[in-house]
Design a protein around this ligand. Structure first.
Ligand code: M6R
Length: 368
């Protein structure tokens, strides 16, 4: 049931605090991060010298976000690969490689084939999956289940946020095994994750404002999304949501690339969504993005800025401002993605499309 909502996706967006809380529950006991089914020994986990995240679509974006955290916490190199590309380019894999396969359905053909390829090459495979007993977790050496609950809308929302949280748990489990984080640091990171359902709940109080904005820009021809650091994959995710639901041309860019091409796309009235980093947590990147926004605004773009509450410097350059609560930088995608989901859904609705069943798409893609 849609729980009184016009479409499932809105209900699922609102279920995100619960999805996060359920995904984290039970994974920190007696001062240690624990995975679900772990058929990889502690020693093998300690010996990991390289991590690949393989996935498709939104799950791939969750991997791009997690790369920042896993590298920071573990000092291991992390490569994030589209599952459909992974096994066709002869990736360098051996028994000290950990391949994290992220899939909501656990049945995505490309991700499953990537898992099989990795195992043939003797790599260890850990599945992050939302569906109990699906094929990908069945064929993996370890599993971490996201407990987002069934996701009906074709566009991933709560599963995506849960995937980020689960990927972070994988990062913390590795940091703990390798000793790159002290136990009290792991505990602190986990506590920060545990505070996220409340932060996401706060963002949900801006849903009506964002829906209103969606209706106002629904007849645009295209929308661009910009971000930096963890805000970059959030921009990619925002653009994917808009493509799949509203059938609009949408692109996500790393803001630092603007002058290397994308700025040529800016024209009068073009909506550009900018995911701002924290002015305190990432002051240097913040000021670079402020100057990017002023440049695109001067060229006529309609700037839609997702910024931390109380970020005054950005105000003069924001034609539209959506505030999200201040959270640690690595966790920012969990709050800044939410308005982008709402925006895409509402633009699609305003254009008269079926938000839960976009054209040409299936919930899980079981053919390559
Ligand atoms: O079930 P999976 O997580 O493996 O699915 C991966 C993608 O097909 C999926 O995330 C797709 O991109 C969504 N429709 C995005 O909203």
């Amino acid at each position: 049931e849609k729980g009184g909502h016009e479409y499932f996706m809105l209900k699922e967006i609102e279920e995100q605090p619960e999805a996060l809380a359920n995904t984290l529950r039970g994974h920190f006991e007696s001062g240690r991060i624990i995975l679900d089914e772990q058929r990889i020994s502690d020693q093998d986990l300690r010996d990991v010298d390289k991590v690949f995240v393989v996935a498709c679509g939104s799950a791939y974006h969750s991997g791009l976000v997690a790369k920042y955290a896993i590298e920071h916490w573990t000092r291991l190199p992390v490569e994030v690969e589209l599952a459909s590309e992974f096994r066709y380019r002869d990736p360098v894999l051996d028994r000290d490689t950990l391949v994290v396969a992220v899939s909501q359905s656990g049945e995505t053909a490309d991700t499953l084939e990537a898992v099989r390829h990795a195992r043939e090459q003797k790599a260890r495979v850990l599945a992050v999956c939302n569906t109990n007993g699906a094929q990908i977790p069945r064929e993996s050496d370890a599993v971490l289940y996201t407990h987002a609950g069934p996701e009906i809308g074709v566009a991933s929302t709560k599963a995506f946020l849960a995937q980020i949280a689960a990927n972070y748990l994988v990062g913390l489990a590795l940091a703990q095994a390798r000793g790159t984080k002290y136990p009290d640091e792991v505990a602190r990171e986990f506590a920060e994750l545990e505070a996220m359902p409340a932060a996401v709940q706060k963002v949900l109080s801006t849903v009506e404002q964002t829906r209103d904005l969606g209706r106002r820009i629904a007849d645009s021809r295209a929308v661009l999304f910009l971000g930096r650091h963890v805000g970059f994959p959030v921009a990619l995710e925002g653009a994917l949501k808009l493509k799949e639901l509203a059938y609009m041309h949408a692109e996500g860019f790393a803001a630092g690339e603007l002058k290397h091409g994308p700025i040529a796309l800016i024209e009068d009235g073009l909506p550009v969504v900018v995911v701002m980093p924290s002015p305190k947590g990432r002051a240097v990147l913040h000021s670079k993005l402020v100057s990017n926004i002023s440049e695109i605004q001067a060229r006529g773009a309609r700037t839609i800025v997702i910024a931390e509450e109380g970020d005054e410097t950005v105000r003069p350059f924001a034609d539209e401002l959506i505030e999200v609560p201040a959270v640690p930088t690595l966790l920012q995608p969990l709050v800044s993605t939410v308005p982008l989901q709402v925006l895409a859904a509402e633009i699609a609705r305003a254009r008269g499309y079926d938000v839960d069943k976009p054209r040409n798409l299936a919930k899980s893609v079981t053919v390559e």
